[in-house]
Ligand binder design. Structure first.
Ligand code: ADE
Length: 248
């Protein structure tokens, strides 16, 4: 997968890309991340990327020309004359709310272009005529789209086949299958007076799997009840949830 990030602050990215899973993924050539400065596509003497908002009001707005040119430049590099559709994603608090399902959907593309929005807004023509998707990482306002693009990139990269080793498989994680993850323990079996649940020491794989599944359900029901409606549950598990609700 090739990911292109357009930003006014390229200096924010090297640490992220040079460590952890993203570094490993690019070392193994599973992901290639290119960070481009929007300012490099501004042609005037001062490399202007923002301007006053028409109609008045506080704050500067990201100008359309450098953003259009940057995206068109990338698209023509990728396409080589062949017409393929590449998601062009604007990170903005006005976008659809990012979640694991969207991360999975985006992990299926060969190319992504991420535009880090300006904290005070972008010219509406960028939204209307360039961008194919707008994504928010939460209902709060960041100073720019950079941190949001990093969050998206991390969540998407770990779903690209081969990026996680088999021992780190995404299959059991929170939000995979719509439930939160079950509680986990490691050695020692007793720490202070707190013991590891007996079932986990039993070696009985079927009982352990059932316990984990039930714990995931209990945890999701307690902490994020709004997720339960979409969770993938068997008939027996649905009865288990009804039992939990009756106990309340
Ligand atoms: N830019 C500023 N705030 C944001 C948010 N919550 N999500 C995505 N991009 C943003």
């Amino acid at each position: 997968m090739k990911v292109y990030i357009l930003t006014l602050f390229p200096q924010m990215f090297p640490d992220l890309l040079g460590s952890g899973i993203l570094k490993r993924a690019s070392d193994r050539e599973l992901i290639e991340i290119t960070v481009r400065n929007i300012r490099d596509y501004a042609h005037d003497k001062h490399h202007t990327t923002d301007d006053y908002t028409y109609g008045g009001g506080a704050g500067m707005v990201l100008k359309p020309e450098p953003v259009f040119e940057a995206v068109e430049d990338i698209v023509s590099e990728i396409n080589n004359g062949i017409d393929i559709t590449i998601p062009v994603i604007l990170l903005t608090p006005q976008g659809r709310l990012f979640n694991q399902q969207i991360a999975t959907e985006l992990s299926g593309y060969n190319h992504l272009i991420l535009i880090c929005g300006h904290y005070e807004g972008v010219d509406e023509r960028i939204r209307e005529h360039l961008v194919t998707d707008e994504i928010s990482i939460g209902d709060y306002v960041l100073s720019g789209g950079e941190l949001a693009s990093m969050v998206l990139l991390d969540a998407v990269a770990r779903l690209v086949p081969g990026v996680l080793g088999s021992s780190e498989s995404a299959a059991d994680e929170s939000h995979t299958g719509g439930l939160l993850e079950y509680p986990q323990y490691t050695r020692p079996p007793e720490y202070r007076e707190w013991t590891v649940p007996e079932v986990l020491l039993s070696g009985n794989h079927a009982r352990i799997a059932q316990w984990r599944r039930e714990q995931s359900i209990i945890r999701t029901q307690e902490r994020r009840p709004e997720l339960m409606g979409k969770a993938d549950l068997s008939a027996r598990e649905k009865r288990f949830v009804e039992g939990l609700q009756k106990k309340k």
